[in-house]
Write a protein that binds this ligand. Structure first.
Ligand SMILES: CC(=O)SCCNC(=O)CCNC(=O)[C@H](O)C(C)(C)COP(=O)(O)OP(=O)(O)OC[C@H]1O[C@@H](n2cnc3c(N)ncnc32)[C@H](O)[C@@H]1OP(=O)(O)O
Length: 391
């Protein structure tokens, strides 16, 4: 097999229902989400031979976690790609399965930022981004929001994008979250409410930023032959791409992200394009992250993302290609300051026809999931997946 098209199926997906877990340890959260995803797939811990977790897993990372869970893996990885992490892991698990190195891979995320004593400690403890943002004076001490603010301001300067445009991204997310009983925030929002929320890093307001939540999620990725035996609906990998955007600060076009190249690769592998996509899972650390992704992935013309997002007939449930129908990281869940996992989970729900009825995309056959990690204003990394309904 020369590509990953058809190499693996996501047969298990589980999102922890809690958004605050003051008495859990990270190990416990990992255990609950892994068991939840395995139960969803019809498999058990004894079946797992591939294991993927993020770099903030406790202790010795995957080694401790596998021992705690009782997993004997033949392939394991633990890394940190910010919002791209769990999107990339699906492709990497599929590659291991295609190479015959494992047959059942579990991908797990857990985070407990509320247990850090201060907000800055929560950011430091959770994501890596804030901790690794020290190298630039514009961001030092302010965390990712200051970096994304630079990108938003540049987009405004180049293309006339406005704060109102960005606010529509949050409004659309709130229209979805009102149907999600587990969402951290469930109240529908207006553009005015977003603009009136406190300015955090000009031009981004508090309601341009994702929520911070405890919790997590897990995925089970298997060989297609096994998926057929299990008889469970799932999401077949059709295309996968990863890309780096590497440029020195101040010498880079801030108005596009590495999603562009990652998306091109995923589309090419799938033999598909934006017109074929029924559902979009876009990493949404901030409203500008979504607007940029819509341009980079070919849904909005370059520079026209603002006009695109203010039309809820394009992005909201019932629209042309709904985005983040669980409410996304902006309203629902951004566990441990990592959002890619929940993007994949909601895409699996959509492809199975198991999303909340009010937001289910009719006949959802093909989904695109994309995530960017770290400094959008300079070096960052993206991963993209094209997933197809599997039954
Ligand atoms: C790879 C990457 O891109 S990583 C990017 C990850 N994303 C981030 O780092 C952003 C995460 N978000 C945040 O850190 C915070 O939301 C901030 C810093 C943006 C907002 O902080 P502040 O405005 O100072 O809010 P603070 O924490 O003091 O809370 C004040 C109130 O606002 C609420 N609030 C805080 N953030 C948000 C938010 N994003 N959306 C809605 N409400 C929020 C709090 O719940 C609290 O409500 P309460 O008074 O009813 O209890």
């Amino acid at each position: 097999m020369n590509s990953l098209n058809g190499a693996a199926v996501i047969v298990g997906a589980y999102e922890h229902p809690a958004r605050k877990l003051p008495h859990h340890t990270l190990h416990q959260v990992h255990r609950e989400v892994v068991l939840g995803a395995l139960a969803d797939s019809g498999l058990t811990l004894a079946d797992v031979d591939g294991f993927f977790c993020d770099a903030t897993a406790p202790g010795l990372g995957p080694i401790d976690l596998m021992e705690y869970l009782g997993i004997q893996a033949r392939v394991t990885a633990s890394g940190e790609l910010g919002g791209a992490t769990y999107v990339a892991y699906v492709g990497q698990a599929a590659a291991a399965i295609a190479a015959g190195h494992c047959r059942v891979a579990v991908i797990t995320l857990a985070g407990l930022p509320s247990q850090a004593s201060t907000k800055s400690a929560a950011l430091e403890a959770a994501p890596g981004p804030a901790a690794s943002f020290e190298s630039n004076g514009f961001r030092g001490g302010y965390g990712p929001v200051a970096d994304y603010a630079l990108v938003a301001r540049r987009h405004m300067h180049e293309f006339g994008t406005t704060s109102e445009h960005l606010a529509w991204v949050r409004v659309a997310a709130s229209e979805h979250a009102k149907h999600n009983p587990n969402a951290k925030l469930q109240e529908p929002l207006t553009v005015g409410q977003v603009l009136e929320s406190p300015l955090i890093a000009d031009p981004l307001h508090r309601l341009d930023c994702c929520v911070m939540t405890d919790g997590g999620g897990a995925l089970v990725v298997v060989h297609p032959d096994l998926a057929r035996d299990l008889g469970r609906r799932g999401a077949l990998l059709r295309g996968y791409g990863e890309a780096h955007k590497d440029a020195a600060f101040g010498h880079v076009d801030l108005t596009y992200s590495a999603n562009r190249r990652a998306g091109e690769q995923a589309y090419a592998e799938a033999g598909a394009g934006p017109r074929d996509i029924d559902y979009l899972g876009l990493y949404d650390s901030f409203t500008i992250t979504v607007l940029l992704a819509l341009e980079d992935l070919g849904f909005a013309e370059r520079g026209r993302g603002g006009a695109y997002v203010e039309d809820l007939g394009l992005t909201a449930a019932g629209g042309r290609v709904p985005v983040n129908t669980d409410g996304g990281g902006l309203m629902n869940n951004h566990p441990g300051n990592r959002g890619g996992m929940t993007k994949v989970i909601e895409a699996v729900r959509q492809l199975r026809g198991e999303a909340t009825p009010a937001v289910q995309v009719p006949d959802c056959e093909l989904a695109l999931v994309a995530g960017t990690g770290f400094r959008l204003s300079q070096r960052h990394y993206s991963a993209a997946l094209v997933l197809e309904q599997f039954s």
